[in-house]
Design a protein around this ligand. Structure first.
Ligand SMILES: Cc1ncc(C[n+]2csc(CCOP(=O)(O)OP(=O)(O)O)c2C)c(N)n1
Ligand SMILES: [Mg+2]
Length: 378
């Protein structure tokens, strides 16, 4: 993909595929027969959609970073370098029925579940036409299977377990998937959610997105032991995957999902990756001081978008086809950002802050429309 000198991490600016890493990418998906079969079954159009979703996710972050630089917004929480963990997971779900609870690094899940691309931008602008009508920059759309997260670390785990319990009780073949950061695995909420999911054997998938840092605290500082032992300690089947290999994440999630819908209880996935930026755009310099430069270099060579692109090229996908997908994704994101910016002056009336049933007399805007998407009645 085109690299953006003003916005990309330095390691991505002149990115070239390292042949040894491209071979390792392929080896990784071929080393386990069930994963290999799942990857092999992907048609070429599906592979290109995966590529497009990776690009949209990266470009959305670039769009937000551009807005920060231009002073449109004051900061943004990005997932640069971690895109494959989101894209691979969502691609393995049944998007007509499953639900996800994305965290800050999983913004790409929303457009993959069918939310408009501009939702991400309007949410930051807090405009009246943003998903929560300007109340919150966390967003979702239950009608499209995206449960809006809250900012409290670890809390999406019990919420996913609860949604999965409902699916199980109703006898529905659906799963609830959420991501949790390495840092969030240290919270009580995360453990309570894991206990609940395990003991009630619900179809929930918890993806531990190990980007090796929690705000400014390194993995080795915020905990001891292995992350795979966290869900395993609660008796949950735990898989690992290469978080920078979108096909490995995809295959591992597909296996986890299969387990869940067979009624075998929850599954967890540990995806190792690396945060190439700051916690948000404000602390990128501090983030560079948190780790040795060699670590950025190591993970920089493993850019999930670049590696997948190299894999596709190896598979015989013509450069012109990749370029076409990229041009289309770039136009879609630019369009979304422009449309969102056009509604910048459209701020909500104060009553939008009211929640039905919580704030007396308030209404939950858009609920009827969201239920209608699912074909349900209010
Ligand atoms: C319960 C709670 N404590 C503290 C915070 C402040 N906080 C927000 S994100 C974050 C770090 C999260 O780290 P991790 O779970 O590894 O996710 P990452 O940001 O790396 O994706 C912290 C401490 C919070 N949101 N919730
Ligand atoms: Mg983290």
């Amino acid at each position: 993909m085109k690299r953006y000198a003003a916005f990309d991490p330095p390691e991505y600016r002149n990115w070239r595929a390292d042949p040894a890493l491209v071979r390792a990418f392929r080896r990784r998906i071929e080393q386990e027969s069930r994963r290999a079969a799942l990857v092999k079954a992907l048609r070429s159009d599906q592979l290109l959609i995966l590529y497009r979703d990776l690009l949209l996710t990266r470009l959305q972050d670039i769009g937000l970073k551009r807005w920060v630089r231009q002073g449109v917004i004051s900061k943004a929480w990005l997932g640069v370098g971690e895109e494959a963990v989101t894209v691979g997971c969502v691609a393995a779900l049944d998007r007509r029925r499953d639900v996800v609870i994305p965290m800050i690094r999983n913004a790409g899940a929303s457009h993959m579940m069918g939310l408009p691309l501009e939702d991400c931008f309007t949410a930051y602008l807090a405009t009246a036409d943003s998903p929560s009508g300007g109340r919150d920059f966390h967003y979702g759309d239950v009608g499209r299977g995206v449960i809006q997260p809250v900012s409290h670390m670890g809390t999406s785990v019990p919420v996913a377990a609860g949604a999965a319990l409902a699916f199980r009780n109703r006898g529905e073949d659906r799963v609830a998937l959420t991501w949790t950061g390495d840092g969030a695995t240290r919270t009580a909420a995360c453990h309570e959610g894991l206990v609940f999911a395990s003991r009630l054997a619900v179809p929930a998938i918890v993806v531990i997105q190990n980007n090796q840092v929690a705000l400014g605290t390194r993995l080795d500082q915020h905990g001891a032991g292995r992350l795979v032992d966290v869900p395993a300690a609660h008796g949950i089947a735990t898989f690992t995957c290469d978080g920078n290999n979108v096909l490995d994440v995809y295959a591992a999630t597909a296996l986890a999902r299969e387990r869940c819908v067979r009624g075998n209880g929850p599954a967890a996935l540990v995806a190792d990756t690396f945060r190439m930026g700051g916690h948000a755009t404000h602390d990128e310099r501090e983030a560079r001081e948190t780790f040795a430069p060699e670590l950025f270099e190591h993970w920089g060579r493993r850019d999930p978008v670049g590696l997948f692109e190299a894999y596709l090229t190896d598979e015989g996908v013509p450069a012109a086809t990749l370029a076409e997908v990229e041009a289309d994704a770039t136009a879609a994101v630019e369009d979304a950002a422009e449309r969102a910016l056009a509604s910048r002056g459209d701020l909500p009336v104060p009553e939008h802050a009211l929640y039905e049933g919580i704030s007396e007399g308030g209404v939950l805007h858009g609920l009827a429309a969201r239920l209608a998407v699912r074909g349900g009645a209010e």
